[in-house]
Every structure is written in C-alpha cells, then in structure tokens.
Ligand binder design. Structure first.
Ligand code: DC
Length: 199
C-alpha cells in the first residue's frame, strides 16, 4: 500500500512517516531530500541549471543520502539548502525529473512517502493520504528556524503547490505528541487496508 504524507515544514512529516513506515513494514520515501540534493548541487555548481542537475545527478536515498556516491546527509540539512530547495522546487522541469524518479520507486512495494505533492501529483491513487498541519509558531520551534518564507513559496508556487488533496485526512499536530499522530495514521492505514494492520 502507499501512504502519502504531505504538509508544510515542521508539521512532523519526517518523524511521523519514518515511524509509520516501520510499523507498517513499509519503505520510507523522503521526497524533500531529493529537492534538497538538487538545491545543494545547484549551490555548488552555478554553471548548470537546477533542471540540468536534476536530470544528471544520481540521488541515493536510504539511511544515508548520497549524490553520485558522495554522502550529503548532513550537508542537505543546512539552512541555506532548505531555502534553495524551496526555490528549485518551483521549477517545473526539476519537478518533472524528480516526480518521475519518485513514481518509479513507488511502483513496487509498500511505501510511506512524504512531501508536498505526494497525494496530489506523485501518487494521486495512494491508499491513504494524510495532510499534517501545525501552528506556524510550533512548526518554527520544531525546525529551529523560521519556516514562513518557505511556507509561502511552497504554497503559492504555480506548479504543484503545497495543498491538501481533497480526499486527504488533515491532522493538526500542534497539540499532539508524535506517538499520538503515529497511532492515528496507523489506525487510518489499517482501515484503508481493509481492517488489517498489514501493509
Ligand atoms: O520536506 P523538506 O523540508 O525536506 O523539503 C524541502 C523543500 O523541497 C520544500 O521547501 C519544498 C520542496 N519539496 C517539494 O516541493 N515537493 C516535495 N514533494 C517535497 C519537497
């Protein structure tokens, strides 16, 4: 089964998605890490466009994130990479290249995939769509950095803006613990999967 987890920065997508994936014995796709890889590559190589880089670099996801074999797990989490990721994500050619890779991954096996456009664009046929939200203050606190500028850009861009799919279940995580959110998503997954907790 495919569980799509979308929402703004700091809503808890990564922590929730990793734990839900473990509970469902599914794989975890961090689509934001792919945009971060293109952002890092473009900061390091201004001579090529983000779209050219998205088409040429080899991104490896897993316990470590690698670009062409180089471990960039820490580098892609830097604040300037966060900001640049949100910028390169407005480019339709970058999105097309990464969405194609994401769909290829999701074509086989069970997945919990997190991002901004998983339920709307990457996997509109996902078995379960979750949209996590949270108050701006709480999300900024979790991130340790302001998220407003990125939020506005992610929500207002022309191509695949951040929005909840009409059939997504919206969960406001502001006053919930991580465990409570995970429990709720696992329950919804069991229902979506016909009452069994097996993925
Ligand atoms: O989830 P994250 O913070 O790692 O994402 C970094 C940026 O990448 C985010 O500001 C917007 C972009 N992004 C996107 O446009 N679509 C996705 N599916 C995932 C991330």
């Amino acid at each position: 089964m495919i569980v799509a987890v979308d929402g703004p920065a700091g809503a808890g997508k990564s922590s929730v998605s990793r734990l839900v994936a473990a509970r469902l014995q599914a794989r975890y796709l961090d689509s934001g890490a792919m945009y971060r890889c293109v952002a890092l590559a473009s900061l390091e190589d201004p001579d090529h466009t983000p779209a050219e880089l998205a088409a040429s670099i080899q991104i490896e996801l897993g316990s470590r994130v690698r670009i062409d074999g180089r471990d960039v797990s820490a580098a892609i989490r830097r604040a300037e990479v966060s900001a640049r990721a949100s910028e390169v994500a407005t480019d339709p050619d970058v999105r097309a290249a990464l969405v194609a890779q994401q769909r290829e991954l999701l074509a086989t096996g069970d997945w919990v995939a997190e991002g901004r456009d998983i339920g709307t664009v990457v996997a509109p046929h996902a078995d379960l769509k979750i949209f996590l939200t949270g108050s701006p203050a709480e999300r900024a606190r979790r991130r340790g950095e302001p998220v407003n500028e990125r939020d506005v850009r992610d929500r207002t861009r022309v191509h695949s803006p951040l929005q909840a799919a009409p059939d997504a279940t919206v969960i406001d995580t502001t006053d919930l613990s991580l465990e409570q959110v995970v429990e709720r998503v696992v329950e919804l997954a069991a229902t979506a999967n016909g009452g069994s907790q097996d993925a």
